[in-house]
Ligand binder design. Sequence first.
Ligand SMILES: [Zn+2]
Length: 142
Amino acid sequence: MDGRRNPRELCQNCGWTTGNALSSGYTSRVKIIHTHGNAAIWELSPEGPWMLRDEPNEPNCFWSNDYITQQLIKRLELNVPLIEMHKFGGPDDKFHFILMSRAKGSRMDEAWDTLTQQQKIDVKESLDDCIKEYRQIARQQM
Ligand SMILES: [Zn+2]
């Protein structure tokens, strides 16, 4: 009962307290699945289609470059598969939030050993095509 009257924080990331734990049957569907520096990716439901990236507003952060690169690829209409990304936060905000779709399919590091030799060659050729598209961007920007 003391945990309800004088709730103690149990999780510094979400603010979950002993009061929450004792007074509700709630279990969060939102979980951290990856962290990097002062940034994290939250899964919005287990294996669900959406994730939320929470990151400091730092122009030199490679994750920020990831969003800018995705926007450039989309604008140039390159033949490169992209996930969906929606950015929340302005240039003066301390943090940015990016709602992003989960790429469909299997993770390559998990699937690789199950592929046939021909499938591995097909993957390599697909990656080669993507890299050729990226190099076209680099040439256009010079
Ligand atoms: Zn938590």
